[in-house]
Design a protein around this ligand. Sequence first.
Ligand code: SF4
Ligand code: SF4
Ligand code: SF4
Length: 237
Amino acid sequence: MAINRRKFAQGVTIVAFMAGIPGAGYLAFGRAHEKDYLRPPGARDEREFLSLCIKCGQCVQVCPYYAVFLLDIDEGTATGTPVIRPEIRGCYLCDLLPCVLACPTTALNHDVSTAEQVRMGVAILTDREGCLAYQKKPVTSEMIDALIAHGVRSEQEKELAEKLREYSGKNCSLCRDFCPYPERDAAITLNDDEAPEFHEQCVGCAVCGELCPTQVIEMMPRKTYQEIYRKETGYEP
Ligand code: SF4
Ligand code: SF4
Ligand code: SF4
């Protein structure tokens, strides 16, 4: 009898998970599948986020930059939950954060309504010598074409593509110039036109990572500036 009850309970949990009941999948599989995903703005801490997200895709639907993707089937409990993929598109921190407003369960916390409140992670430079600004090399038209190939569907993407075209043949400052944080210098600077330096207000939106032609910028999801630049590396800017 005890075995039957357990089997029944397991069956209910699996059915509930398949039906998309918030939190059921997380309860079934625990933390085993937790990874540091780069979540959209306003995402609550990972455990709470997984328990609240119903995988409805509303955040995907409203994003004018097509920056939000639902995780594939092989991602355990996180399957179907939204992420930002910097290699495809960063988050441009739109006014009023429409993805957050669209979230019906507040897995994306509605208390987060401005870019300054966003905390997705923090950016790092992985290879200073690979940076075009450091090398004093220009951005090529092929590099710009590759960036524009990320997508030109909405008005916002068309405007972005137009601005990117202006950089063809010029010295690279894409990571700094397109950083969408309102007080950009508090997030990123290019000192003496050399490689970028990240600062305390970097929110990890991944725009710099998306647009870096030589892919020398990576995001550290869910990390804070203090964790990366002080505790983990001892680096003091
Ligand atoms: S803030 Fe804008 S660009 Fe970023 S994920 Fe939300 S809707 Fe997309
Ligand atoms: S430096 Fe700017 S563009 Fe890069 S992750 Fe930080 S806030 Fe986003
Ligand atoms: S986008 Fe920034 S980090 Fe990348 S090559 Fe250009 S200046 Fe260097």
